[in-house]
Design a protein around this ligand. Structure first.
Ligand code: SF4
Length: 500
């Protein structure tokens, strides 16, 4: 006989959310259709890759029996699991149990002599603290449902694996000793508290580090003040330092004691925000002095797959799949070259050839961050026949980001030197607002869709995605061209004594 369904049932993901924040749990359950909970393309890709890893992991257990979820009620799944175990199945995938108003489906349940092994599959390349909670609530439910579980493992991707067949794709880490104390002493009380929270009104929860760890909460905009002078907008202050400041009672940039030791860029930020205008350091002209002649501007986009598909890559390794390159000759004439991979084959050799060809005449090549340098080194390692040319290209690189960070601050930077924040204040007539793709993570997912699931996308949509990707990458290098012009103007004004 099936047990009555209580008003709210916990699950693995709900329980883990509840350990992060009670309000997050409450909103997830009571507002499941909240706009914030709709996965964007990046999060959806993360889910899809996680699902794919789970399916590939099953290949390691050829005799496993899968408990189907689609179209089945929770009670059906629980009954099917019981049936499979009673029939002597050695391994069950998605083995489903319920206890303490908590439902769990175990990724892999393996029969051992006298008991079972619980295996949780993760698409990460290491065991994380949140995995321990995840495994602990499963252990609690399985034992409550009458199973004798002797061992708990996290099966995750291996950092040592390289496509196609160097090292095993998966590693299994025994976490029994880490999970046992949580499962026996902490989880029962935690489950009771979380169910009580769900039965009541939306709880209060303080903002702090828990809003970012173990995962960035989707409700940040609801809970955090929209204040450009909040301490989280101070340069070089991430979630941990923000939480430290808030514990000290420093919530706004204005609350900082005058004698607080800060990085030079943060000091410049304070000067600029207090004065309400741009600050330019006298050394800007000198920092740009070496960047002359025929100059290029280069930007890459990359794809990262949990299970690597091209030779030499490990799990989640980034592979360059697109570039945009502008080049300005000394007379000011601008040319543009670009490349975007097509089809599932490894695009890196062709991309690297086109890149070497496009950049051959440049004296210096600007990037914005050190990312392109890393990508060029990885290309050189992956394509030995082009290693010398790519090393020569690397020697021409010139990173504009530290030039901005060390010499310029505008109050609208909001503590960030990302090109998206820097561009509008310094080049007001250019932005990303007219584009469909406006960030690198989305670009990465869209490239992967074009490369690996193009057959599932209507042709018109494929064309649109290609156009959007080319426009986004081109805008990045156009932004660099214009940013460089703006910096030169600021340096010249500083030389005349006009700058702030
Ligand atoms: S933003 Fe922070 S306080 Fe608000 S729901 Fe998320 S974790 Fe909780």
């Amino acid at each position: 006989m099936s047990s009555p369904t209580p008003p709210h049932l916990l699950s693995k993901s709900r329980f883990v959310a509840g350990t992060q924040c009670r309000k997050l749990l409450w909103w997830k359950v009571h507002e499941p259709d909240a706009r914030e909970l709709e996965p964007d393309v990046v999060l959806q890709d993360r889910f899809d890759q996680g699902r794919h890893v789970g399916e590939v992991a099953r290949d390691q257990f050829p005799d496993g029996v899968l408990i189907e979820a689609e179209g089945q009620s929770l009670d059906d799944r629980i009954a099917a699991t019981r049936g499979a175990l009673d029939d002597g199945a050695r391994v069950v995938f998605e083995a489903s149990f319920r206890h303490d108003d908590t439902f769990v489906a175990v990724d892999v349940l393996e029969r051992l002599p006298g008991g079972y092994r619980l295996i949780e599959v993760k698409s990460s390349t290491s065991v994380k603290d949140e995995h321990v909670w995840d495994a602990a609530v499963q252990l609690h439910v399985l034992r409550g449902a009458g199973l004798s579980v002797h061992r708990v493992e996290i099966m995750h991707l291996s950092r040592a694996h390289r496509n196609p067949d160097e090292g095993a794709l998966f590693e299994r880490t025994d976490v029994t000793e880490r999970v046992e104390p949580y499962a026996s002493s902490v989880v029962p009380g935690e489950v009771t508290q979380q169910l009580a929270v769900l039965a009541g009104p939306c709880p209060d929860a303080p903002i702090g580090l828990s809003c970012h760890e173990p995962r960035a909460c989707p409700f940040l905009e609801r809970c955090w003040p929209d204040d450009p002078r909040h301490i989280r907008h101070l340069y070089n202050v991430g979630p941990k330092k923000t939480a430290d400041y808030m514990r000290e009672g420093i919530h706004r940039i204005d609350d900082l004691p005058a004698d607080r030791k800060l990085p030079a860029a943060a000091r410049r930020q304070l000067r600029a925000t207090t004065a309400g205008r741009i600050v330019v350091e006298p050394g800007l002209g000198g920092a740009l002095a070496d960047f002359t002649g025929r100059i290029g501007f280069l930007d890459f986009e990359t794809v990262n797959r949990a299970i690597p598909v091209w030779p030499g890559l490990g799990p989640w390794n980034a592979a360059t799949a697109q570039f945009s390159y502008h080049e300005r000759s000394p007379d000011g004439a601008l040319t543009h070259a670009e490349y975007l991979a097509e089809g599932p084959h490894d695009p890196r050799p062709e991309l690297a050839e086109r890149l070497v060809e496009a950049t051959a005449d440049a004296d210096r090549i600007a990037t914005y961050s050190g990312y392109e340098k890393r990508c060029i080194r990885e290309l050189a390692a992956a394509i030995p026949r082009l290693a010398i040319a790519l090393t020569a290209l690397e020697a021409k690189l010139f990173d504009l980001l530290p030039v901005v960070r060390n010499h310029v601050y505008h109050p609208e930077f909001r503590g960030s030197f990302s090109i998206k924040y820097v561009l509008s204040p310094l080049v007001p007539d250019l932005s990303y607002n007219d584009l469909v793709i406006v960030d690198g993570l989305t670009a990465s997912v869209e490239i992967a869709r074009l490369l690996f699931v193009a057959h599932k996308i209507p042709e018109a949509e494929r064309d649109r995605i290609r156009t959007d990707l080319l426009a986004y990458c081109e805008r990045d290098t156009e932004a660099m061209v214009r940013l460089h012009e703006s910096l030169c103007t600021l340096a010249a004004a500083d030389g005349r004594g006009d700058a702030g």
